[in-house]
Design a protein around this ligand. Structure first.
Ligand SMILES: [Zn+2]
Ligand SMILES: [Zn+2]
Ligand SMILES: [Zn+2]
Ligand SMILES: [Zn+2]
Length: 335
């Protein structure tokens, strides 16, 4: 069992540029946004070729595969227009990327108590038996009611330290089924040299990447940290930022807060506060503190601060339960 780890590096990071270099490799995400833009009624779906101005049926036309926002009669028209379109295209791609980056993400719920998952360190545990992440409250309640360490979801006993092979095998089963959290967990075992594995950052980073691609936002956050602190790779703040962004898009608030710090350090105040506000609204205390500071310095309007504070309080309330409070004071998760 391992807990999610948090690495706050407020004030660290020395980003000097906010050029987005990795937009093109995020093609899937861009596609998702643009689908809506191009979806039109087939009967009245006429478009104009951006190159020669001829009208045609949108569905038969050639679309710019980067921005998906302009149409051409054919590949020849597209090629002819490429040079002229380049700047507008890049701008549109950046806009689409930002739309996705600054979107609030629905929080995850504990599969047992159905309450919003907390995101602090040691508040949830990934179970390799069934591949579920369970909140500390439900794990605590199980321990208290049965006096045993059974998985509250599938009731499997945990693998003891001399049975790490069992643990790794359950992980591999989940990985065969494409469970991103399992990839992330195994990556963590390699990063920390746990479960009888020899510490190997190279292996860990590969697994983090795969986990992220399978939808595990936490893994992208972990990978961002690896680049940020140079573990298994050269320190690379651009890559760190890229993976923090992918993590934030997937709903990871630690990554969102770090992005706020990185943008702030690069004097991109607007982008910094956008991140901090979203993270604060998701219940992240350090981000709320930054937003409050911004309000006191007159950089954030009173209404914006008040709304953020209310959203923060609401989310914190959704994350609270008696069991979670008891788990926190019991100290069983504080290792
Ligand atoms: Zn044309
Ligand atoms: Zn384009
Ligand atoms: Zn729970
Ligand atoms: Zn289980």
């Amino acid at each position: 069992m391992s807990s999610n780890n948090t690495e706050d590096h407020s004030g660290s990071g020395d980003m000097t540029s906010n050029k987005k270099e990795c937009i093109s490799c995020d093609q899937n995400n861009v596609n998702t946004i643009t689908e809506g833009i191009n979806k039109v009624d087939i009967l009245s779906d006429m478009s104009t070729c951006a190159s020669c101005g001829k009208e045609g049926n949108s569905n038969d036309m050639n679309t710019c595969n980067k921005c998906k926002s302009v149409k051409y009669c054919n590949a020849a028209c597209k090629k002819k227009h490429r040079h002229k379109h380049k700047k507008a295209c890049e701008r549109r791609v950046a806009e689409l990327y930002d739309e996705q980056l600054f979107k609030e993400v629905e929080p995850e719920e504990c599969p047992i108590c159905m309450l919003t998952m907390p995101h602090e360190t040691n508040t949830s545990v990934f179970m390799p038996c069934c591949g579920k992440s369970i909140c500390c409250g439900c794990i605590y309640a199980m321990k208290m009611s049965e006096g045993k360490d059974l998985c509250p979801f599938c009731r499997m006993p945990p693998a003891s330290s001399d049975e790490y092979v069992v643990h790794i095998n359950s992980l591999k089963n989940l990985m065969d089924k494409g469970n991103g959290d399992a990839f992330n967990h195994l990556a963590g075992c390699y990063a920390d040299g746990m479960m009888g594995l020899i510490q190997d950052y190279g292996k860990a980073n590969k697994l983090y990447l795969k986990a992220g691609e399978l939808g595990c936002a936490q893994a992208y956050y972990n990978l961002g940290n690896q680049y940020c602190f140079g573990r298994g790779a050269e320190i690379d703040q651009k890559k760190a930022k890229h993976y923090y962004e992918l993590a934030a898009i997937g709903g990871n608030v630690d990554a969102r807060h770090n992005l706020g710090c990185l943008e702030g350090a690069a004097s991109h105040d607007q982008r910094a506060y956008k991140h901090m506000i979203i993270a604060a609204r998701a219940g992240y205390k350090s981000s709320l503190d930054r937003v409050k500071l911004g309000f006191m310095e007159g950089l954030i309007a009173k209404d914006e601060y008040a709304n953020t504070l209310r959203a923060y309080q609401k989310r914190r309330k959704e994350m609270k339960s008696d069991e979670r409070d008891k788990a926190a004071v019991s100290g069983i998760f504080s290792h």
